[in-house]
Design a protein around this ligand. Structure first.
Ligand SMILES: *Cc1c(COP(=O)(O)O)cnc(C)c1O
Length: 425
């Protein structure tokens, strides 16, 4: 779209602009392959001299329309969909880190990302140092090495609900000549656009609020186009020196602001193949069309429930940045002035068993390994998603052993409170 529209309009209309006689609704291009008239046309695609579709493992028109919508919402230059949020975070880092490199990461991140970075990527020879995101700049600086290639954090951490000081992180990253990558899954671009605060790359698990209905696992990477790879050419040879697998093409020279995302598509996706199915991209797009309405309702309901929980004497603690006495309240007011998300972390007085009894008593709110969809749900990370971690690792990741993660949906809030009340007994 030509004009700069506001977020609500982008949610509904961006990405697919049909021409005369074409479908009004984004079609599902359920085709692995695309036809050309002669061999020369096809050859130019393989040399990245023309843009176009040839095989869905690299690019598909349905996916590209949805990626363009997400990129517009984030205010980036381009985006790419992946098969899952895990794939998005892996590609986002692996696109600029290779064996022998190192990166720095907040401990307050999703459990799956924690395992990916601390176990699986180490096996690829990529080293990583965890830091406390609330530490001073001087303290965080100590984790940086000459071979450090990026800094990583989550806008609002899953499941600890810690709010990231994005400007501080951006300053540290840029002082060290590396990009800041922010996983913006929980905030969504409706509540926060990390690029406005200096982040360079944004990732998403679109499985969460973006899809919003728990129908399709997916991920996305968005490039701000702001990081100057050539200014730090020695650190990023993958972007600034010729790629032998594309006849010696250099991404930063040929694609400028689109260098990072082009490499992610043309090299990472070509070789590793975690493409999102076009059918899932279609479902994701339906979710995105109402993202602005749903996120607002999730936040309103969560605020009410967080206030209610904090008044209840069976509740030991509540972590929701919308509460005035919350340690992240000031950061949330700066970065998330319209609301944070629908996820509340809280603990009950008594033992771990108390948490399990409470969850088993819930009727409307279900126990599921999911978060951030229309239906309210609950999870006990210490006995579910994070069960591989010791109590000490749990605390390091901002997850208290008694933490209950309540994902507040878009149902009637009085019905939700009634369910919580009866389950508390
Ligand atoms: C769920 C989640 C992921 C992983 O996404 P999947 O789509 O489940 O692979 C990554 N980051 C955050 C913040 C998440 O909540």
């Amino acid at each position: 779209m030509e004009k700069k529209y506001r977020r609500e309009t982008l949610c509904v209309q961006e990405g697919w602009t049909p021409k005369k006689g074409e479908p009004r609704v984004l079609p599902i291009y359920q085709s692995t392959t695309f036809k050309y008239d002669n061999s020369e046309q096809m050859a130019r695609l393989f040399d990245l001299e023309d843009s176009g579709y040839f095989y869905t493992r690299l690019q598909n028109p349905t996916n590209d329309a949805v990626a363009a919508k997400i990129a517009a919402l984030e205010g980036g230059v381009a985006g790419m969909l992946t098969s899952s949020g895990q794939a998005a975070n892996f590609y986002a880092v692996f696109n600029i880190c290779e064996s022998g490199d190192h990166f720095v990461c907040s401990t307050a991140i999703y459990g799956g990302t924690y395992n990916l970075f601390s176990v699986t990527m180490k096996k690829l020879g990529i080293d990583m140092t965890f830091i406390d995101q609330n530490a001073s700049e001087e303290e965080i600086q100590k984790a940086f090495r000459p071979n450090t290639k990026c800094l990583f954090g989550e806008t609002i951490s899953n499941p600890g609900c810690e709010v990231l000081d994005i400007e501080k992180f951006a300053r540290i990253a840029h002082r060290n000549g590396v990009p800041l990558i922010v996983d913006n899954t929980f905030a969504t671009p409706i509540n926060c656009r990390p690029f406005e605060w200096g982040a360079d790359i944004v990732t998403h698990s679109t499985t969460k609020y973006m899809d919003g209905h728990a129908t399709a696992v997916g991920g996305a990477i968005v490039d701000s186009g702001n990081f100057d790879w050539d200014a730090h050419a020695d650190k990023f040879p993958g972007l600034t020196t010729p790629d032998a697998s594309y006849h010696g093409l250099t991404y930063s020279k040929s694609f400028g602001k689109m260098a990072y995302i082009t490499k992610a598509t043309a090299q990472m996706m070509r070789d590793l193949g975690s493409i999102q199915a076009p059918m899932n991209a279609f479902l994701l797009n339906l979710g995105l069309e109402t993202l602005h309405l749903r996120v607002k309702r999730h936040c309103e309901n969560a605020q009410r429930i967080a206030e209610w929980l904090s008044q209840n004497d069976k509740v030991a603690w509540v972590n929701y940045s919308g509460l005035p006495d919350n340690p992240y309240h000031a950061l949330a007011q700066k970065y998330l002035p319209n609301g944070s998300c629908g996820v509340i972390a809280f603990g009950l007085k008594g033992s771990r068993e108390e948490a399990i009894r409470f969850m088993d008593n819930l009727k409307l709110i279900c126990i599921v390994t999911h978060v951030a969809d229309a239906r309210s749900c609950v999870l006990h990370p210490a006995s579910h998603t994070h069960r591989q971690l010791s109590d000490e690792q749990l605390r390091e990741a901002g997850v208290a052993p008694d933490l209950i993660r309540l994902s507040v949906g878009i149902e009637n809030v009085e019905d939700l409170i009634a369910d919580i009340e009866q389950a508390l007994g």
